[in-house]
Design a protein around this ligand. Structure first.
Ligand code: URA
Length: 432
């Protein structure tokens, strides 16, 4: 086979065969295809798209390019969840214990944060001593014991995707629905779950800013998952503003714990319960979402899920004491209010800017070797639909560093106001 023929066929809108896709992924991974040909291929896909069959072939080949987790020694249907990324999204910390409390095994591989979105592992490491490096045997043992474990992504998971994604990042080809869908799904397939619930975000803080594009991405991922024998469904949720009221690692864990106590903010509670209910269905414990919700609410209300959180943190070496006494979480030395400069109803919040401000405060990484400040972050006092008079506090910065002016400016820039009352945005648009 010749790469130039594959590029030309894709450029001209033909469907590639499984053999052609397999050959491309293997040859590119081995270094036999230069970046300039792989980028021409990615650009041809960007303009011509891919059929469902092509996207599934790309997914399976990238999933097989490195380590694949074998979770067969875990009893029960292993259900995974994936979010396409958002600001203040700490749902994994809530739905993990909720679903595990229903006796459904949650074997989660998670990543660290980069840029304006945070990573689950960074959040969990706000618990002193918490560790996510473990071999497959320990991982399987923990899931069988607690029904919940979170491990760091192995260095050799989907190397073909890593290489292609890095290339897409510098060739203007990230925003292609089939390429995003196969990239995400290759990692999910390699991580070994039997069933997958996807949370596809749409809005100012998401990859897919429009609902229409988010739906297309959701359908593409659901089709790939189902065609590869993983029961897959997607919820499309709003990311026009951060989820909950806190952004930053320890602050988000604290909010997740409050949600498990039944005292969480409405949006975070609702999205976590919805996703957990779908996981209960795919995990075989409920016949529909309504029944799943009943089960999830029962383990939330009777404290079983909160106990599960403690057990999980302790089993992974973390000190669970802050769960009962939140004063023990890492706390920032300095708190500074960001005030409104005009009066009005909050009409827009650019979630990505809030994420960037949190990163500037040390809560996230600008580049992958940056150190995290677990205590740093932002508390959002005003969200879309709320009224603020000039001088009112919009947000509170939690920081160690002395100069917080640029982060405060960034937060202010994230807000827009309207003199007219503004409706609170819907949280969940659809499920697929
Ligand atoms: N996240 C991924 O993992 N892959 C993409 O292509 C885009 C977002």
């Amino acid at each position: 086979m010749r790469m130039v023929d594959i590029i030309s066929r894709k450029r001209d809108g033909f469907e590639l065969s499984n053999e052609e896709i397999t050959w491309f992924v293997q040859a590119y991974s081995n270094g036999d295809i230069p970046d300039y040909q792989a980028s021409a291929f990615a650009m041809a896909v960007f303009f011509q798209g891919m059929t469902q069959k092509e996207a599934a072939a790309l997914t399976i080949e990238m999933a097989g390019s490195g380590d694949q987790l074998d979770l067969s020694a875990i009893d029960g249907i292993k259900v995974d969840k994936h979010s396409t990324g958002g600001v203040g999204d700490k749902t994994t910390l809530i739905l993990g214990p909720l679903v595990a409390a229903l006796d459904i095994p949650v074997a989660k591989m998670s990543g660290r944060g980069l840029g304006h979105t945070g990573g689950t592992i960074d959040k969990l490491e706000a618990f002193e001593g918490f560790r996510t490096e473990m071999d497959q045997e320990d991982f399987v043992h923990l899931v069988n014991k607690n029904k919940l474990a979170v491990a760091g992504q192995s260095g050799n998971l989907t190397p073909a995707d890593k290489k292609l994604y890095a290339l897409r990042d510098v060739t203007g080809t990230v925003n292609s629905i089939p390429l995003i869908a196969s990239s995400v799904m290759s990692k999910k397939i390699a991580a070994g779950a039997d069933a997958i619930v996807l949370d596809v975000k749409t809005g100012s803080g998401a990859f897919m800013e429009s609902l229409e594009e988010a739906k297309k991405l959701a359908y593409a991922m659901v089709d790939i998952g189902n065609s590869l024998n993983r029961r897959t469904m997607a919820v499309i949720s709003n990311m026009d503003q951060p989820l909950g009221h806190f952004v930053g690692n320890a602050l988000e864990v604290k909010e997740a714990v409050e949600t498990l106590r039944g005292n969480g903010p409405e949006d975070l509670h609702e999205l976590s319960v919805t996703l957990a209910s779908h996981m209960a269905v795919l995990g075989g414990k409920a016949t529909d979402e309504k029944e799943g919700r009943k089960l999830v609410e029962s383990v939330l209300n009777d404290g079983t899920a909160l106990e599960k959180m403690k057990q999980f943190v302790q089993s992974q070496g973390g000190n669970p004491a802050p769960i009962d006494n939140s004063d023990l979480f890492p706390a920032a030395e300095k708190q500074a209010a960001v005030t409104a400069q005009e009066s009005g109803y909050v009409s827009r919040m650019q979630a990505a800017r809030i994420g960037q401000a949190a990163m500037m405060l040390g809560a996230g990484r600008a580049s992958k070797d940056d150190e995290i400040d677990y205590a740093a972050g932002i508390e959002l006092k005003a969200k879309i639909g709320d009224y603020a008079a000039a001088g009112d506090t919009l947000a509170v910065i939690h920081a160690t560093q002395a100069d917080t002016t640029s982060a405060a400016d960034m937060i202010r820039q994230a807000y827009s106001f309207s003199p007219q009352q503004v409706k609170k945005p819907a949280l969940i648009y659809d499920s697929i």
